[in-house]
Design a binder for this molecule. Structure first.
Ligand SMILES: [Ca+2]
Ligand SMILES: [Ca+2]
Ligand SMILES: [Ca+2]
Length: 243
């Protein structure tokens, strides 16, 4: 048996048809039968063998063996962070074989952009809400990559409503940025663009439709004048006032 070997491969790029990776290491093969020509056939076995190929497939004596990524979509850090193959060297004459266990540690790459569960969120806020009022704290994007590649920062794109509303960059909580600008009679609905960006600068956006809820904030105006004559000690009086 040959010693266990560890090498590193990379998470596949979903959009990239990469069929080889930097995975290669030096493997010293010794002829177990001391045959005359010492020729070996090399092949892969084990649960993850289908994702990789070995090169060369025919060797003699000491050889630098490469394990290549054959099916890049199977080399996926989000599914499996570690893969195992066995390099089998079979003597072409005696058919004796030797096996090297190879553990392949995958490294994460940023192959996912953040995603929101919905393209549109319909929200509402009373038009008299104070500055700092929370509109929603339940909209979050997800990103399956690890570390920086999966760390999400939220922002509102400039344009309609980013002077009225604000978003917390870490939590995604949407608040009223300037309550004095909230006026249903001025603007009754806002369409905000909420963007989520990961640590590798991949981003996605979603639309927030914020409806301002009507609050009865217009004081009634009394117009006209009324002259009422009441005789003393006669009690109740009623008058209809036009509003
Ligand atoms: Ca992946
Ligand atoms: Ca990844
Ligand atoms: Ca990502």
């Amino acid at each position: 048996m040959l010693d266990d070997v560890e090498l590193v491969s990379y998470d596949s790029l979903a959009s990239c048809a990469r069929v080889t990776s930097p995975a290669s290491w030096a493997l010293l093969l010794q002829d177990p039968s001391h045959g005359e020509n010492g020729t070996f056939l090399l092949s892969l076995e084990g649960p993850d063998a289908g994702a990789f190929s070995v090169s060369p497939e025919l060797a003699a004596g000491s050889v630098n063996v490469q394990v290549l990524v054959k099916e890049s979509e199977m080399v996926d850090y989000e599914r499996k962070t570690e893969m195992t193959v066995q390099v089998v060297a079979t003597d072409s004459v005696s058919k004796n074989s030797s096996v090297a266990m190879v553990t392949i540690q995958l490294r994460d790459i940023n192959d996912h952009r953040p995603t929101f569960p919905q393209n549109l969120y319909v929200l509402s806020v009373p038009e008299n809400s104070a500055t700092g009022s929370v509109v929603t704290s339940s909209i979050q994007a997800t990103d399956p990559d690890t570390g920086e590649w999966g760390r999400i920062t939220y922002s509102l794109l400039p344009g309609n409503g980013d002077d009225v509303f604000a978003v917390d960059p870490d939590s995604g909580t949407l608040t009223v940025k300037n309550g004095t600008l909230l006026d249903r009679e001025r603007q009754a609905v806002y369409y905000l663009t909420l963007q989520a960006t990961d640590g590798g600068n991949l981003s996605t956006s979603t639309t927030l439709q914020v409806n301002l809820l009507d609050v009865n904030d217009n004081s009634p105006v009394v117009s006209g004048s009324y002259n009422i004559f009441v005789q003393e000690e006669t009690g109740n009086v009623s008058v209809t006032i036009q509003v």
